[in-house]
Design a protein around this ligand. Sequence first.
Ligand SMILES: Cc1ncc(COP(=O)(O)O)c(C=O)c1O
Length: 394
Amino acid sequence: MNSIFSDRITDVPKSFIREILKIAVDPSVISFAGGLPNRELFPVEEIKQAAIRVLEEYGREALQYSKTEGHQELREYLSQRYKDKHRLDLGVENILITNGSQQGLDLVGKILLNRTDDVVIEEPGYLGAIQAFSVYRATFNPVPVSEEGMDIGRLQTIMSAKSPKLIYAVPNFQNPSGISYSEANRQAVAELVRDSNTLLIEDDPYGDLRFEGVEKTSFKKLIPDNTVLLGSFSKTIVPSFRLGWIAAPDRIMEKLIIAKQAADLHTNNFAQCVIHRYITDNDFDRHISKIISVYGSQRNAMIESIRQYFPPGIGHTSPEGGMFLWVTLPEHVSSMKLFEKAIIDKVAFVPGHPFYIDRREVNTLRLNYSCVDEETINIGINRLGQAIREQLAE
Ligand SMILES: Cc1ncc(COP(=O)(O)O)c(C=O)c1O
């Protein structure tokens, strides 16, 4: 019988992480599997005050339909913030407010990708991007990433053989690995993309959460005409508002606005007004510093515990920011098998394979440190170290 479903949705992978999170809800399990910001840091009282002010001062306007491009003052704020904090010149007219950066990925896919178009994706890469571009039936070309950034040789080969439509990159504190692209790597990637027809999506939801090192040059600065920059308030304020943005060159913006209009007319106007009120009435950077301080300490606790409890020969990244680190087991060790053992020992993580295109057995895994306090990190990594030792002994 013919399927009632579109070809478009049939091949899209289900989120493996959601399945894992179902297992990890048992309160006796210490979970490093999630990808959530730490709820203890949500500015609940400040958001309440902002919501009250919005309703009292311009309630009817905030509750009305609004512009597709987004709340004007919020776009102006973002444009000014990029200038002040990142020395990036982004016109207000080049910023579109979206339902999180996840919608940014969907809209970019929608306006650019025809079936089988080539897309470069980081390996390991962000699952949500793999899922978003799968809907448009893209052909994925994985490029390995390391502590330096993208494998330039591999990227060069794909660029000359296929002229991909898109390159998807998370250059700051990547999800899932926590790595950041070095300055030299960014220059080399930019060199390959400059003067080509390829667009680079610079997905940057974690860039503000730096606890170490210095900020690197944005692709938006290096190759502005070829870069679509995605941003989000999910990791710096709250994810539930679903507020993010796309900064894109004029020619791309025009099509994005049409796609956004067709998708949902505009992003929730009330949420945009509340966030704008929140960031103008409060010291946003102080709030971000608080997040950085907590996540930085939790990252340190995780790395110290790894050094203390993991057997020798296990690699790990040392992220300079963000929420995740990446562990590499000895070559023959399956992280999925380790997961099955670890869950019995009451500790969870995400095995690496869903972050690759078409791989079943890998020796890598993702650990999240944003949601677990330092003491619990110590206990959980001890349990995981024990599970690794048991697996190595088999
Ligand atoms: C790399 C990356 N991009 C995009 C997103 C989606 O974020 P948002 O809540 O802004 O849609 C996430 C969320 O975890 C992410 O890790």
